[in-house]
Design a protein around this ligand. Structure first.
Ligand code: 5GP
Length: 120
């Protein structure tokens, strides 16, 4: 069964405005903000506004409009930051072996240098 959503997770607190973040984009279904410990010159996280633990949870339960709003937000953040021509990387960690640390779905956007074949 899917892990139940913990509404005390750090990204839930960011969504509620209880802790600050450096927001770069917001739409009805998504919020994007800078990662607090960037692993590339550009490192932004995009999260759905709904309460979804992971990509697995989101892809199974979210409404089509939420999925569209989230997917479009990721593309829009990258376009607005001028990342399309140089290129960028998307990453979503899922679960224990995926090394997901925060139990609210987030897609990482890495850019700003040639990233090589993989981030360990
Ligand atoms: P994960 O390993 O779950 O895919 O990535 C979690 C990410 O969240 C990490 O890159 C970490 O630096 C970032 N992070 C953790 N806590 C905070 C926070 O309070 N604010 C922001 N902006 N990023 C955070």
């Amino acid at each position: 069964p899917t892990q139940s959503y913990d509404d005390q997770n750090i990204f839930a607190k960011i969504l509620r405005g209880e802790i600050p973040s450096r927001t770069v984009f917001e739409n009805e279904h998504a919020l994007a903000f800078h990662d607090i410990a960037p692993q590339a010159p550009y490192h932004v996280l995009v999260i759905p506004k709904g309460a979804y633990v992971s990509w697995d949870d989101f892809s199974a339960r979210a409404e089509d409009a939420e999925i569209a709003g989230f997917v479009r937000a990721v593309g829009e953040v990258a376009r607005a930051a001028g990342l399309v021509e140089p290129g960028y990387r998307l990453l979503a960690n899922v679960g224990h072996d995926g090394h997901q640390e925060v139990p609210h779905l987030h897609v990482h956007i890495f850019a700003g240098r040639a990233l090589g074949p993989m981030l360990a």
